[in-house]
Every structure is written in C-alpha cells, then in structure tokens.
Design a protein around this ligand. Structure first.
Ligand SMILES: [Zn+2]
Length: 452
C-alpha cells in the first residue's frame, strides 16, 4: 500500500524540485508511520495499562532524584481523608511502617492530627525506611497542621506533661501553620450586550462572583425576563492571595446594578452574630423574608384558584394554595424564618407542616412523604432549611407539594403576594453600617469615574 501511495505522489509532484519532493514524501511517510503506531497502541491499550502499572511513577521518581541528592529516596505521597479514616489508617495505606506511625501518634501535640476531616488532604514525605519524614495536613488554602521529624528535639516540660502511659516520644514536632494571606480589592464594570453571565465572563469576572451577584440581586431582578441590552453592573470584590498566588475569590463588598434605568445597590455588612448580609445604602435588607418557591426543580401543577373543581372530590372547592409537582422525596424548604407550629397528620392534608413566621405571616406544606429529622412542634427554622420531603399523603392524586401562604390568617396567593423584606439593619448597628457604606460607595464611585 505504501508503494502505491509513493508512486501516486511521485506522479503528482513530478514537477517539484527534487529536494522539496523528497522532504515532502519523507514527511508524509513519517506521518503515516506515527498514525500506524498510534493505532497499534490503541489496540493494545489493555497491555499498555499493564505495562505502565509495572513502572509506577513513584518507583521512577526516587531513581531520577538519586542522581543529585542523598535524601532522594524520600517519596512524596498524597492522600485524601475518607469516611472512617484516622491518621493511622491513612499512613498505613500509604505504606508507612507501624513504628513510625506510633512515633508520630505519641509525639507531643499529635492530638492536632486527630481531628482530620473528610475530603481534606494529607501530604506525606516518606523515607527509604518507610518512615514519615514530614507530614502536612491541609485544612484549607491558608492553614493546617505540620509534623516534622526532628533528630534532637527536646521535649519541653509542657509537652512532657501530656505523656500518655510513658509511650510518648519526641520524634516529631507537631504544630499548626498559617500562611500569610493578602486581600486585594478588584473593581469590574460590565455592560450587558448578551447576558449578565456571558458579558461578565468576557470582562474577566470569575464564575463564582457572577453567581453571588445573581443571588444578591435575584430577589429584586428577574434575570430571565427583566434584563435589557444596555443594562450594566459594577462591583468591588475581594481576591485572596497566598504567597503571591491567587487562591480564592472572596466576597462581593459592594455591587450596583442598573436595570432599565433603575439602580439597585447592595452593600455587604457583617452582623454582630458573625453572619454577613447585603443591604441597600439606607440599610434595607436586599433579601425578602420569603422564598418564592419551597421546592427547587419543580413545576406548578395547580395554581391558587378559588373556583377550582377538586380532582378527587369532583366538586367546586377553592384551591387555597399552589401545587408543585415534584418526585417523591424532593426536599421542601422553609420559605422564611419561623417556628414550627404544626408537624403531624391532618385529614386531607396528609402529613402537614405549618410555620409561623411573624404575627402576620404563616405558611403550610402538605401531603409530605415524611418530615425532615428534628422537625417538630416548637422547632425554630431558618429560611431555606429543609423541613420535609414531597409525597402524596392525605387526599392527593400524585406526588406534589401543596403550599399555602397566609397573611393575618387569610389565604393569599403565594405567587403574586408582595413579600416583605428580610430584617433591616438593626438600630444599634445603623451608625456603623452607614459609616461603612458611605466609604465603600465612595470607593465604587471613584473606580467608576476612572473606568471611562
Ligand atoms: Zn393543592
């Protein structure tokens, strides 16, 4: 076959200068050879797997390092903390010998390594005797616990006092570490020509920051229907650096959204209880006191209708709530903060939960398959907490959530009612907030004026 190709090519390119011609043919043959080889490789992929597992990278690394370094037999291994893991089980899995694990466990401060969490990472350097040379438990991007083998480490009096049954040795120095972090403020201004998201990405906004923005303004702006080309937003957010390297996109400090000539501003403020929320420059909470829908990923199968013919009872009976069709077991969220005032069976409602939010507002969730654990009379819940699961208990033809919204004891259509805002800035905090917001608004204005 190759000869044939060769002849054909010779015919086609017979006009070419000879040198060029041979280069070209040589090149083509080389390509064919590569394609042929890669086919063979693909066919033998199972063999290939076997081969590569025989020469594991870990085996190669020490040999390569050996050339220029005496401590080269050390291997660096990384493990993720899994369910039911302990320091012992992880080190055992990585091939560390028992003696070395005990040396570590009996070293002072080793209790810092007993609270390792699922999903976190442990990096271990293991020497040629399968002993831990050093170990790093990475709690987050800036902190964790480090253990180092120390040759002539003297136990301090303090450490000695923690000796357990005389086995404690001072082989490893175990301590917490914290890396230096630096926060940088970043300003961006985005004019929407396409969509909030696409235009944001184009201006270099990180995905997570755009998501935060959608969450902050999602209470006031319908991002599917309300956005128009020419709308714009600007914001200041933080980036967190460790050793000069960007590690995390921090929080949005202030954001301004101009939607059809209406300006919405949200300013981040940390409350005395440590939680942070967003407020308007005057201290109004940007959040509403209620979520529009208690179930995600559902569709409305029956609206609020005071003249509906009931599907089971076959007579006119007002439908005083909204039905959300969702598969059995779909989590149901409390639409607002409040107290559970009912959580048991109630006739046609089946399993029913009622939440009292304020003197004026209450919500009901019916036909639940079951209640979420811990949900009982008197329990306080926060907005978005899971309270139960969709089912079809009581008078129901299929799996759905029947949701009612009451204002002053009267049924109200939850799809059209105007929700009150969540709690504004507390009077005690007001001055501090205003001072802070004045400063950050000034910053935003400065950046905006510079960006043109
Ligand atoms: Zn219903």
């Amino acid at each position: 076959m190759l000869v044939k190709v060769f002849k054909q090519l010779k015919l086609i390119f017979s006009d070419f200068p000879k040198k060029h011609f041979y280069c070209l043919v040589g090149g083509i043959l080389f390509l064919l050879l590569i394609i042929g080889l890669s086919r063979v490789e693909l066919q033998n992929s199972s063999q290939k797997k076997e081969l590569s597992s025989e020469i594991a990278i870990e085996d190669l690394v020490p040999r390569i390092q050996d050339a220029d370094d005496k401590t080269s037999f050390n291997q660096k291994k990384i493990a993720e903390v899994k369910r039911n893991d302990s320091l012992f089980s992880i080190l055992k899995r990585l091939g560390v010998k028992d003696d070395s694990i005990y040396d570590l466990i009996y070293s002072p401060n080793s209790e810092l390594l007993t609270q390792i969490k699922i999903g976190k990472t442990i990096e271990v350097e293991i020497n040629e005797l399968n002993e831990v040379e050093n170990l790093k438990y990475i709690e987050d991007f800036r902190s964790g616990v480090i253990a180092k083998k120390v040759k002539s480490f003297e136990c301090t009096e303090n450490a000695e006092s923690k000796v357990v049954s005389g086995k404690r040795k001072c082989i490893y120095l175990v301590e917490k570490y914290k890396l230096q972090t630096e926060k940088l403020k970043v300003f961006k201004k985005v004019t929407i020509t396409n969509s909030l998201y696409v235009d944001g990405l184009r201006e270099g906004l990180p995905d997570s920051v755009i998501m935060d923005l959608v969450y902050i303004f999602g209470w006031d702006i319908d991002f599917v229907h309300d956005i128009r080309p020419g709308d714009s937003y600007s914001l200041i957010y933080e980036e967190i650096y460790v050793d000069g390297e960007r590690k995390i996109n921090g929080n949005i400090l202030i954001a301004e959204f101009i939607n059809r000539n209406r300006t919405h501003t949200a300013i981040r403020f940390t409350l005395p209880n440590g939680s942070s929320e967003y407020f308007s420059p005057k201290g109004r909470n940007v959040k509403k006191a209620f979520l529009r829908s208690p179930v995600k990923f559902s569709y409305i199968s029956s609206k609020y209708n005071l003249k509906r013919r009931h599907p089971i009872l076959h007579k006119i009976r007002a439908h005083t709530g909204v039905d959300y069709a969702a598969s059995r077991g779909t989590p149901i969220r409390a639409t607002g903060d409040g107290t559970i005032v009912y959580a048991e069976k109630k006739g046609g409602y089946g399993n029913l939960i009622e939440i009292k939010h304020t003197e004026d507002y209450s919500t009901r969730y019916a036909h639940l398959d079951k209640f979420h654990s811990g949900i009982k009379l008197g329990k306080k819940v926060k907005q978005s907490d899971i309270i139960g699961y969709v089912g079809r208990t009581g008078t129901a033809t299929g799996d759905h959530l029947h949701y009612e919204f009451r204002v002053n004891g009267k049924h109200t259509d939850p799809l059209t009612v105007k929700f009150p805002n969540a709690n504004p800035i507390n009077e005690l905090e007001k001055n501090k907030f205003l001072e802070n917001s004045e400063k950050i608004i000034k910053d935003l204005k400065n950046y905006q004026s510079l960006s043109f």
